[in-house]
Design a protein around this ligand. Structure first.
Ligand code: PLP
Length: 394
């Protein structure tokens, strides 16, 4: 059976070049970067080289990069690193749980949090940020690109507002880095988190950009690694993988591959719109990352469609990996004002560097057939909802 992986927002496959770059650091080059002997020094050189590659991917200085275990740690380090009891945070309702749950925890510790709404396209209105500012606002945390819809937030405008108000600005760029250009100066952020496994580097790797001069409290107590900002012996093979993944992602973007991937995604959306009626692309009117398409298939459960496609060898998702399988409709789509039954009926297709035109052709062969079968079994569809919805849309 043909297998097509369209769940790259959950995780991406490791590129062979990344694995080859990592391999020696498990074996002959296994040193601890803190050791003073030759093996340790070689490890240090590799670590610093990876730091340069990651810095270049986001337009930062190498000294501003802190290696982490992934996006979740980067977001937590950023948020807990600058906020204390009595402070106020402004964030959005559509952040990843890494940010939302960090904010919820801070609320129990005496911080105040404003969760801003988004519009029907999934965008935060920068004016709402300005209006939410308080004298004790310490941090604005708004993601660069959303994991469910790919919708890109107006981070540059938000960065200007935060700078004018003299408030730290953190952006979760986990779903943006490697897919669209990311530049910390253009964004004007003080803190920016990325994750290795979303850009074809290993799981359990990541980095937090910390602008020089940002007063960040470390989360772990331990050794002086990462200039005291993240204690613990570095994951050297993983970091080498992250650096290589970052370098390859930069090359990929420079070659215009992001646009090519966007064209493939658009072909998928056009094909579905042509061959399956009663569909809707969430966030279509907003700028989006080129790999993500979140589509409502009315009158069927997104989970049923994902399961049926899985039987055809096609991997898609109905929400973020951590919450798929839950009975709750994706909160991101609800926040965009989608009715719960439509949010339930949505599926996320997330393409990757390895996706081919033939993959999309195969998906376009399977989706109409699978949707027709599921709709034929759906009481909603049978009870004339199709006609009613068609009339509403006409
Ligand atoms: N932020 C966003 C937007 C994500 O999509 C994810 C993962 O899905 C994370 C943070 C968490 O990253 P990690 O899996 O590296 O901890």
């Amino acid at each position: 059976m043909r297998r097509v992986y369209l769940d790259n927002n959950a995780t991406t496959p490791l590129l062979p070049e990344v694995f080859e770059a990592m391999r020696p650091y498990f074996f002959e080059k296994f040193g601890n970067p803190s050791s003073s002997h030759e093996r340790g020094q070689q490890a240090r050189i590799a670590l610093e080289h990876a730091r340069e590659e990651v810095a270049q991917l986001v337009g930062a200085r190498p000294s501003e990069i802190v290696f982490t275990s992934g996006g979740t740690e980067g977001d937590n380090l950023a948020i807990f690193g600058v906020v204390a009891s009595g402070d106020h945070i402004i964030t959005s309702a559509i952040e990843h749980h890494a940010v939302l749950n960090a904010c919820k925890r801070l609320e129990t510790l005496g911080a105040q949090v404003t969760y801003l709404p988004v519009d029907s396209q999934g965008r935060v209105d920068p004016d709402n940020i300005r209006a939410a500012l308080r004298p004790n606002t310490r941090l604005v945390s708004v993601m660069m690109a959303n994991n469910e819809t790919g919708v890109v937030q107006p981070v540059e405008e938000i960065g200007r507002i935060a700078a004018e108000a003299d408030v730290w600005f953190h952006t979760d760029a986990v779903q943006a880095a490697g897919k669209i250009p990311v530049n910390v100066d253009r964004i004007g952020c003080d803190l920016l988190a990325i994750s290795g496994h979303k850009l074809n580097a290993p799981q359990g790797t990541g980095a937090l950009y910390v602008r020089a001069g940002t007063l960040l409290r470390a989360m772990f107590q331990g050794g002086p690694q990462e200039r005291g900002r993240r204690a613990g012996t570095e994951n050297l093979p993983g970091i080498v993988g992250l650096g290589t993944g970052a370098a390859l992602a930069r090359e990929w973007l420079a070659l215009g591959k992001g646009e090519e991937l966007g064209a493939l995604r658009d072909r998928l959306e056009r094909g579905i719109a042509q061959h399956v009626d009663m569909t809707l692309v969430n966030g279509k009117g907003a700028p989006r990352t080129p790999n993500t398409s979140n589509i409502v298939f009315e009158c069927i459960a997104g989970g049923s469609l994902a399961d049926a496609l899985d039987l055809k060898g096609i991997a898609v998702s109905t929400g973020s990996a951590c919450s798929s399988g839950s009975a709750h409709p994706p909160y991101v789509l609800l926040a965009m004002g989608l009715a719960p039954e439509l949010a339930h009926a949505s599926v996320r297709f997330s393409l990757g560097k390895q996706t081919t035109p033939d993959d999309i052709t195969y998906v376009l062969e399977c989706v109409p057939e699978v949707v027709a079968k599921l709709r034929a079994m759906s009481p909603l569809w049978k009870n004339g909802t199709r006609e009613r919805l068609a009339r509403t849309q006409a």
